[in-house]
Structure formats: structure tokens, C-alpha cells
Design a protein around this ligand. Structure first.
Ligand SMILES: *[C@@H]1O[C@H](CO)[C@@H](O)[C@H](O)[C@H]1NC(C)=O
Ligand SMILES: *[C@@H]1O[C@H](CO)[C@@H](O)[C@H](O)[C@H]1NC(C)=O
Ligand SMILES: *[C@@H]1O[C@H](CO)[C@@H](O)[C@H](O)[C@H]1NC(C)=O
Ligand SMILES: *[C@@H]1O[C@H](CO)[C@@H](O)[C@H](O)[C@H]1NC(C)=O
Ligand SMILES: *[C@@H]1O[C@H](CO)[C@@H](O)[C@H](O)[C@H]1NC(C)=O
Length: 706
């Protein structure tokens, strides 16, 4: 046997001892035991003397805790005893069982296999042959002549890896069954075996008689003789049935799997520090099946004097002697879990050294103040307050809160003074003092108003305050809730109030500067704010939706809708027109001649026929005329008879059968010519136009009566 070491680390602990089967191990020099760093080392391990239950006790100045039990088993596997086994005779077609009869062993799992005749020829398992891993027995459902030979059982121990071989057995119904009830721990892998002898070879099938299907994790095809359920859970528990069937009949075996789980902690006590006389409730909860029972240890010893309900430990009034290391143990018959926590019970006289009162507390007249008093003391004692030399008189304005803080509301000048907090418990008294200084409130004297400004003007928005002269005051401005950053915003904003007022000036105000301006004032003791709405008036925005219809030879009808008036009503509209012959935009003649602010339509007159026009509208208010609207769609006036004649008509030249006539046209006349083409007949005359313009290449001039 080799040496065996049990490791348990408790770095913090200064002293540890070991117990074996409830008696302390005393490592003498030269003995097989040694303890170092809390670890117990046993040399020359002995099967008889060392197998047993080991526990470590670790102690330091806070107490003692007991470790979980470690159970030491010494694994071994002895040799087979018998050397020869008698031959087994069997009739061909019958079934047979060869017994393995494993030798004495301990610890680890045994695995079984069979050698047929000579190593390394192992018996292969199939529907006809089966090796039980529970007993080691070899089952042959229906013996065939080729089965004749020597069979040797081989047993291997998973811990020691030792392997022994039985004496060979020369060759040789449901034979293997599983237990009626089998308890399986949560998470384990269960293997149920079932094998039948018979001729023909019986088929083995598994099912659950309660109709519950096998979960997906069960591979029903793995080996018909074994049902393997990995990672066993509560829902896998229930009845199981194995059926062996061949053409002669069938046979079934029933069994049941039950579920159990060793305790697993779900809630455990945490280290606490408590004042003397306080109460303690420590929860300890474990999940387990069957339900766990709970025990508590204090410094490694069973705790009996306190109440334990559902595992929780409760102590109603702590004393200094309750300080120590506590352990909760949850156990059922399948296992046991330990958890540790430290309880410190402390007793301290009041002490302000970490939490002196604020030397000076500033408050605003009419406001509220909370002066905190939080001495260290255990247990919590009494807190009282003094003002000056006298006990503080409480009133509807002055009160001491449950946590000892002092609250004063609707403060007056008379509340100023030195306040002392006095804390007292059974271990002593301490006090700490601070001054309350009462300041004048900050009041904004400017009135919240609305300012009316015209684009381009400058305006001052006032923010005047009355305040305590000993306090610094800070002004902050917001435009539509956005902080104004003086120096940016294109330089329009400027502070003009000096140090005691917060006025701002907006220079050359623009339409976009209309909105709400908020002045926020802050001192060490209070804050205030006012808002001023600024309206910026400007020339109207352009009219919208310019529409032109009822287009005739020299007139058309124009309509529009008003744009925003920028806070000043529109009193006039003007219409402008543009054609390819005009120099830019020109005023149009309209009916009525002048268009008032309510007028949203007009007839434009004195247009030229057969000309493309665009229209636009301008609005005017008391501040000025706004930008023109977008131009309308282009429209063309109707054609009509010409009103002018061509000039300098002459003729002559040309080839045979051709007469060339030339003339000059004014622009209006050109328009007339173009409209005249519908009267033309180009049989004999070809006219050369002096202008390059898409149009007829020949024309009869019907109005050529010059
Ligand atoms: C210790 O106790 C276990 C059972 O609790 C027993 O099997 C073992 O033999 C004991 N060991 C010794 C050395 O007495
Ligand atoms: C079985 O073993 C015995 C003794 O070792 C031997 O005499 C016999 O021939 C073996 N039988 C077969 C079939 O190998
Ligand atoms: C198990 O075997 C049956 C029949 O051979 C087959 O239909 C089924 O798909 C197999 N199941 C799995 C999970 O391999
Ligand atoms: C005391 O109670 C008041 C009101 O509930 C609270 O504002 C203050 O923070 C508390 N002080 C301490 C030290 O807990
Ligand atoms: C605060 O005190 C003033 C003067 O003492 C009194 O007029 C006022 O009503 C008080 N306000 C409140 C809310 O108690």
C-alpha cells in the first residue's frame, strides 16, 4: 500500500487537530502520522488500522470549526481462490449461465469480461451473449457448437487497476433481473440489466408500465440487455419493465427506481457583527431528498440552548459570550453538508471620532435643515440634543428623528447657534457639536414677463436678486432649457449684470432667438429661477402654394396662401412676373390694383399673348417686406391675332420657281408670326427666318397688307 494524504486547507487557522473514529490522533515523533499546514499525512497505509472516518478541527482566536467527515476506504482485490472449475455440459440450443464468483474486494468498481479459450480472445456481447456487470456472470441465450471451449472470468478494480483472472470453466432462462426497488442518487448513471436464455434467442425490450416515455438521454438501442439512464433526475424515477420474447412466448420483470439527493446548500449564514442585546437570525437551507434535518455547532460543539426552526438559528438577545464560529449541518441518510459563519458580538461606548458633527451648517431663512448625528456605539443607546447650554426644546418645527438626526423646518434667525449631539449607552457618554448659521434667502426681484422685440434690435433680459451679502451667488441662463454658453452662439448673448445681477443682453436679435429664457440663481444655501418669454417680430415669411389658372391671352388668375407673419400682421401682397423677354422680375398689374393683407387671390392683367410667364408673391407687414415666394409653374398665355406688322419686307432673288421674301420682326411680332402658321400654305413660298428658332421653314404671310 502506498502513502495516503488527506488535504484540507484552512490558511487562516492557526491550529488544527485530527480525529479518527471520534478519537484524536496524536502524531508522535516516528509514528506513521504527521500534521503539517493542517494536512494529515499517513505513511505505510494499513487496511485494518487506517480505514475509518476522519475529521479535522481548525481553531483560531475567533473560535473552532469542525470539517466534514472524510471516509477513508482502502481499495483492494484479492486473487481467485479455486484453481479449477468443473466442466458444464449443455444441450445445443439451450441456454446457460457461467458463474464468475469474484474474489474478496473492497472499494472501487469491478468490471467483468470473459476470455474465450485464450487471451486475448474476449467474449463479444450480442443478442445471444451477455456479461452482467453486477455479478460478472456470462449468459449465453442459446448455445451453438462453436461455443465449446474454456471460459475465464477477468475482474478489474477501477481504483487499484488490479486485475485477476478466475480459473477457466470449460463450456457449458429470464436469468438476470434487476432489484424490485432501487434508490438512485441525483446525477448518477443507472444501469438496469435484463437477459433471458431461450431458443430461439429472445428479444429484450424495455418500457415504463406507467406509459411515461423514456427521456431522450436514454439510448434504447445501446445494448438490449442494459437500460442506461445517465444523469438521473427526479422525473426519471418510476416503474420499469423488461420483456424477453421469442416465438414460444414472453416473460416480463418489473422494478422501480426511486430518487434521492444528498443535501445541497441553497441558503447559508453569512459572517455578522452585531451589537450586544441585538437579535440574530441565521437562515440555513439545503435541498435534499428525503428532506434534510439541520444541526448547528458552535466552536465545533453541538449547540442546544438556542432555537432552531426549519434550520434557521435565532438568538433573541446577544451576549458577548455568543461570539464564535458557528456551523450549520444539513443531512439526510445520503449525505451531509457543512457551512461556516462567524458571529462577533461587540460592546462599545459612544464614539464620535469617525463622525464628528459638521463644524458649520448653513441654512436659509424659511428653509429646512437636517443635522446628522451618527456616533459609533454598541448597543445603540440614547441620543439627545442641546442648543447652546440648554436641552433642545422640540416643537412642530424642531424634532429629533428616530435615527438621532435633528431636523429644523421653516428656519428663523433665532434658530442660529451651537447644537450639541449627546450619545449615551450603558458603556459611556460622548458628544459632538456644530454651529447652525442662518442666511437670508435669495429672491429674484425681477418679474417674470414677456418681451416683444423686432428683428435686429438689442434687448436686455433682467435677472435681479436680493440675497444674503455674505454669500456668493452664481447665475446660469438657459434658452429653451439648453444651457447658454456665453461666448459661443455667434456672440449674440452677453452678460451685462455685473457680479450682483444676472442680466443678459441679446444683440441684433434674430427670429431664431424667440423662446423662453430662464435665469437660475444659486448660493450655498438655496436657489431660485425665473423665466422670460421673448417674442421676436420680423417681416413675414414668404407666401406659399402659388397657383395660376384661368389663363387667357392677356390675363390670368393667381392665388396663394399666407406664410407665417412673424408676429406682425401682413397688410399688403404684391405679385411679380417674369418672362423670357423681361429683365428679371417685374411688378405685375393686378385687379384689384392694391392687394390688402386679407386678399389671397388676384387677376393679373396686361400680359402679352403666347408668352411663357412665372409668377411670385411678396408679403409686407409693419416691419417690412419678406422674402418672395417660390416662383409658380410656368404658364403660357393664349395666342391671338398679331397687333404689329413685320417691318422692312422686301423680296427678290432665289432660284427658278422660287421667290425669297425677307422681313424683320420685333419680338412681339415674332410671337404673332409663330401663331400665324396655322393659316399658312407652303406650296409655293419658302421663307428664310432671320432668327434661329424652331418654327415653320416656310410660311404664307396672310397679314402682309403693309
Ligand atoms: C472505524 O469505524 C468504522 C465504521 O464506522 C469501522 O469499519 C473501522 O474498522 C473503524 N476503524 C478502526 C481502526 O477501528
Ligand atoms: C481447456 O483447457 C484444458 C486444460 O488447460 C485443456 O486440456 C483443453 O484442451 C482446453 N480445451 C479447449 C477446447 O481448448
Ligand atoms: C433504435 O432502433 C430502432 C430499430 O432498429 C430504430 O428505428 C431507431 O431509430 C433507433 N433509435 C435510435 C435512437 O438510434
Ligand atoms: C435619518 O433619517 C432621515 C429621514 O429619514 C434621513 O434623511 C437621514 O439620512 C437619516 N440619517 C442617517 C444617519 O441614517
Ligand atoms: C414659517 O414661519 C413664518 C414666520 O415664523 C410663518 O409666517 C409661516 O407661516 C411659517 N410657514 C410654515 C410653512 O410653517
Amino acid at each position: 500500500f502506498s502513502n495516503f494524504v488527506i488535504f484540507i486547507y484552512y490558511f487562516l487557522f492557526q491550529f488544527s487537530r485530527w480525529k479518527m473514529n471520534d478519537s484524536f490522533i496524536l502524531p508522535q515523533p516516528g509514528s506513521r502520522y504527521s500534521i503539517s499546514g493542517g494536512n494529515l499525512r499517513i505513511s505505510q497505509l494499513n487496511k485494518e488500522e487506517d480505514a475509518g472516518i476522519y475529521q479535522c478541527l481548525a481553531s483560531n482566536s475567533f473560535g473552532t470549526i469542525l470539517s466534514r467527515e472524510a471516509s477513508l476506504h482502502i481499495a483492494y482485490l484479492e486473487e481467485f481462490k479455486t484453481q479449477r472449475r468443473s466442466p458444464v455440459s449443455v444441450r445445443e440450443g439451450q441456454g446457460v449461465v457461467l458463474l464468475c464468483g469474484p474474489p474478496a474486494h473492497m472499494g472501487g468498481e469491478l468490471t467483468f469480461s470473459w476470455i474465450f479459450n485464450e487471451y486475448p480472445s474476449f467474449v463479444k456481447q450480442d443478442t445471444r451473449r451477455f456479461v452482467s456487470q453486477k455479478t460478472g456472470n456470462l449468459y449465453i441465450a442459446k448455445v451453438e457448437p462453436s461455443d465449446v471451449g474454456n471460459y475465464t472470468c477477468v475482474v478489474t478494480n477501477s481504483v487499484t487497476q488490479s486485475r485477476v483472472q478466475g480459473p477457466p470453466t470449460p463450456l457449458p432462462k429470464i436469468e438476470i433481473q434487476f432489484p424490485e426497488v432501487l434508490a438512485v442518487a441525483k446525477g448518477l448513471t443507472v444501469r438496469l440489466e435484463c437477459f433471458a436464455l431461450g431458443n430461439p434467442v429472445p428479444a429484450i425490450t424495455w418500457r415504463r408500465p406507467d406509459g411515461v416515455p423514456f427521456p431522450r438521454k436514454v439510448d434504447v438501442n445501446k445494448s438490449s440487455g442494459v437500460l442506461e439512464i445517465p444523469y438521473f433526475q427526479q422525473e426519471d424515477a418510476g416503474p420499469f419493465e423488461c420483456m424477453a420474447e421469442n416465438s414460444r412466448g414472453k416473460n416480463t420483470v418489473k422494478g422501480r427506481l426511486s430518487f434521492y439527493a444528498p443535501p445541497h446548500l441553497v441558503e447559508k449564514p453569512q459572517d455578522v457583527q452585531k451589537a450586544i442585546d441585538e437579535s440574530l437570525l441565521w437562515e440555513c437551507k439545503a435541498s435534499a431528498k428525503p428532506k434534510p434535518s439541520y444541526r448547528w455547532l458552535k466552536n465545533g460543539e453541538p449547540l442546544e440552548s438556542f432555537e432552531v426552526v426549519n434550520g434557521a438559528l435565532s438568538i433573541s438577545s446577544l451576549t458577548l459570550s455568543d461570539t464564535g464560529m458557528y456551523q450549520c449541518i444539513a443531512e439526510n441518510r445520503h449525505g451531509r453538508v457543512f457551512t461556516n459563519a462567524e458571529l462577533r458580538v461587540i460592546a462599545v461606548a459612544p464614539d464620535f471620532s469617525y463622525s464628528v458633527l459638521k463644524a458649520q451648517t448653513l441654512a436659509r431663512q424659511g428653509g429646512d435643515v437636517l443635522i446628522e448625528c451618527r456616533p459609533r456605539m454598541s448597543p445603540r443607546g440614547m441620543i439627545s440634543w442641546r442648543k447652546g447650554k440648554e436641552a433642545l426644546r422640540e416643537s412642530h418645527r424642531v424634532s429629533v428623528l428616530d435615527n438621532g438626526s435633528l431636523r429644523i423646518s421653516n428656519i428663523t434667525k433665532l434658530d442660529a447657534g451651537l447644537y450639541t449631539c449627546v450619545a449615551r449607552n450603558q458603556f459611556g457618554v460622548a458628544s459632538s457639536a456644530g454651529t447652525l448659521v442662518v442666511k437670508e434667502p435669495t429672491i429674484i426681484t425681477s418679474k417674470a414677463t414677456q418681451l416683444d422685440v423686432t428683428v435686429g434690435e438689442s434687448v436686455v433680459i433682467p435677472c435681479q436678486v436680493s440675497r444674503d451679502p455674505t454669500l456668493d451667488v452664481r447665475f446660469t441662463w438657459f434658452f429653451n432649457e439648453q444651457l447658454i454658453n456665453f461666448g459661443s452662439h455667434g456672440g449674440y448673448f452677453e452678460k451685462v449684470g455685473g457680479t450682483s445681477a444676472g442680466d443678459i443682453m441679446i444683440r441684433n436679435i434674430q427670429l431664431r432667438h424667440a423662446g423662453r429664457y430662464t435665469c437660475a440663481v444659486q448660493t450655498k444655501v438655496d436657489s431660485a429661477s425665473i423665466a422670460t418669454d421673448v417674442v421676436v417680430r420680423g417681416p413675414p415669411e414668404p407666401p406659399l402654394d402659388i397657383k395660376v389658372d384661368e389663363v387667357a391671352e392677356t390675363t390670368s388668375f393667381v392665388s396663394w396662401s399666407p406664410g407665417p407673419d412673424n408676429h406682425s400682421p401682413v397688410f399688403a401682397y404684391n405679385i411679380q412676373i417674369r418672362s423670357p423677354f423681361s429683365l428679371g422680375w417685374q411688378a405685375a398689374k393686378t385687379v384689384p390694383a392694391s392687394l390688402g393683407g386679407q386678399q389671397l387671390t388676384a387677376r393679373v392683367v396686361e400680359l402679352s399673348p403666347w408668352v411663357e410667364y412665372e409668377f411670385r408673391v411678396l408679403a409686407t407687414n409693419s416691419i417690412g417686406t419678406g422674402e418672395p415666394s417660390k416662383p409658380s409653374q410656368k404658364i403660357r398665355t393664349k395666342d391671338t391675332l398679331p397687333r404689329t406688322t413685320p417691318a422692312r419686307v422686301s423680296g427678290g432673288g432665289g432660284s427658278r420657281s422660287e421667290l425669297v421674301i425677307t422681313w424683320e420682326v420685333t419680338k412681339q411680332a415674332l410671337v404673332a408670326h409663330l401663331s400665324a402658321q396655322r393659316y399658312s400654305s407652303c406650296q409655293w413660298w419658302t421663307a428664310h427666318w432671320p432668327v434661329s428658332k424652331t418654327g415653320p421653314s416656310c410660311c404664307q404671310i396672310v397679314w402682309s397688307v403693309i
